[in-house]
Ligand binder design. Structure first.
Ligand SMILES: Nc1nc2c(ncn2[C@@H]2O[C@H](COP(=O)(O)OP(=O)(O)OP(=O)(O)O)[C@@H](O)[C@H]2O)c(=O)[nH]1
Ligand SMILES: [Mg+2]
Length: 182
């Protein structure tokens, strides 16, 4: 019975009290990380986005959920910084350009390097196959295979195909992120 009341209380607190979720958004350059952050924070899509230098930090409130977002640069010289921003977050969001299949090997390598960091052990991972508004984009099953997501066993992993431009699947992505809040 105490378990029942504890879960009832948890459920009610979820309804009435706000949650916080902190995420780090990483991935190769031009995969669409800043576009993702722009779209979920302001709802606005813009082609006019410049490559990130180092990182951007954003804090927003979506209903009862406060989100802190680290948008980290993806160019090679910035990738050694990813671990620092992922340390202590509730979820790592790894964005992939699903059209640029020549870069899948590099994306897999960088993802595996990152997840091998002991400090990030167990942190949930959300992989976004972005740009599905464009022809020739990889489907979720191809992303899982190419990035070897099925071999990750030390943390929860989800993968969605989405588009920042058409906002396809962003509702599910936001739901997933909110569910990681506390
Ligand atoms: N067609 C299409 N283009 C997109 C989409 N998302 C992003 N882009 C384009 O991809 C390019 C790179 O987007 P950014 O958001 O700057 O990529 P980034 O991952 O933040 O890049 P860095 O900051 O350099 O690491 C821009 O020209 C965007 O307009 C999408 O869903 N569809
Ligand atoms: Mg950027």
């Amino acid at each position: 019975m105490p378990g029942f009341f504890a879960s009832l209380f948890q459920w009610l607190s979820g309804l009435f009290f706000s949650k916080q979720v902190e995420i780090a958004v990483v991935g190769l350059q031009a995969s669409g990380k800043t576009s993702f952050v722009n779209v979920i924070t302001s709802g606005q899509w813009s082609e006019d986005v410049v490559p990130t230098v180092a990182f951007n930090f954003r804090k927003i409130r979506k209903g009862m959920v406060t989100m802190k977002i680290w948008d980290v640069a993806g160019q090679p010289k910035f990738r050694s910084m990813w671990e620092r921003y992922c340390n202590g977050v509730d979820a790592i969001v790894f964005v992939v350009d699903a059209v640029d299949q020549d870069k899948f090997n590099t994306a897999r390598f960088e993802l595996q390097q990152l997840l091998a960091q002991p400090t990030l052990s167990g942190v949930p991972l959300l992989v976004l196959g972005n740009k599905n508004d464009l022809p020739g984009h990889a489907a979720v099953k191809d992303l899982i295979k190419n990035l070897q997501l099925d071999k990750i066993s030390d943390r929860p992993v989800s993968c969605y195909s989405c588009s920042m431009k058409s906002k396809h699947n962003l509702d599910i992505v936001l739901q997933w992120l909110s569910s990681r809040g506390h």
